[in-house]
Ligand binder design. Sequence first.
Ligand code: CUA
Length: 346
Amino acid sequence: MKSTFPLFPPSVSTYSGEVDRLFLSWSVISAFFTILIAGLILYFMVRYRRRHPEEVGESERAAMWLEIGWSVIPLIIMLAMFAWGLRVFIHIYRPPADAVEYTAIGRQWMWKVQHPGGQREINTLHVPVGQPIKVTLASEDVIHSFFIPAFRVKQDAVPGRFTSLWFSATKPGVYHLFCAEYCGTEHSRMIGSVIAMEPRDYENWLAGGTAGKSMAASGADLFQSQFACATCHRAGASGRLARGPALEGLYGSQQKLANGGTVIADDDYIRESILNPTAKIVAGWEPVMPTFQGQVTEEQLTQLIAYIRTLGPTPGATPAGGTPQTPDNNAPQAAGPAGPATTPQK
Ligand code: CUA
């Protein structure tokens, strides 16, 4: 039995302390003004009560310094709270450049997790301590929300688009993973755990599992065989004989569109081009690609994108701190500033 009443979940990510300080400060400021105002109401009730039945109220002019003071001081406090909150928000939702990328796909009622090396898990997520982890979220049906209280992070998984979050665990342990968005009858049972391990234990865990194929290798298979994308999107293809643009060097680059606009080839663009190919036609190409809506799962989409990332923009380039055996981690970071659409919108 625990001797203490746990008011807060453990605070074990690099920014969880920051979130707690912000939350506590806001609570203290709110409590202070609540007590101040409630106290003044009570005091004035007594102080200015009607003393005789025939007593009539009279108007009083408030002093100018008081009027300005109680407008300007709260304004400054509010702006400071906003600025601080914004700083923490930006920190939480902007993954560092060396983050390793996982995917988590929500469906009624489970989380399907895939590691960059290809390992899969359901409702569990093994992570090494001290390593920033970016989790790209998608949903196969309704809105779910990926919530790890101990890391102070929560992000919706929305059907039809990608969202993401990141964290870096600071202490080994087993922590709750919740779905925090009502998503159907078994929403309350859509729970799992995040298992933060020392890096060496994590390596052992990886080695013990059935690794399967990396995200990018699975995507390459889908690209070559299952969906036969390669029949049209052939490397080096150009001219009249090619039916679709080659995808080498595509990821993170800017593409000219047939309608005169431009688009950055990020996760969301590639996703749209697979599901709704005619939405944004690249200049110089015919809208002949069939849709893969309903044929390709969310999981396969993330694998295809992982593969397309490995094709460029600079194949083989590995930024410092990258893990060479999983090149799919590196490409998006290399394109970091050019790919703002992968950062969540809220
Ligand atoms: Cu999924 Cu609630």
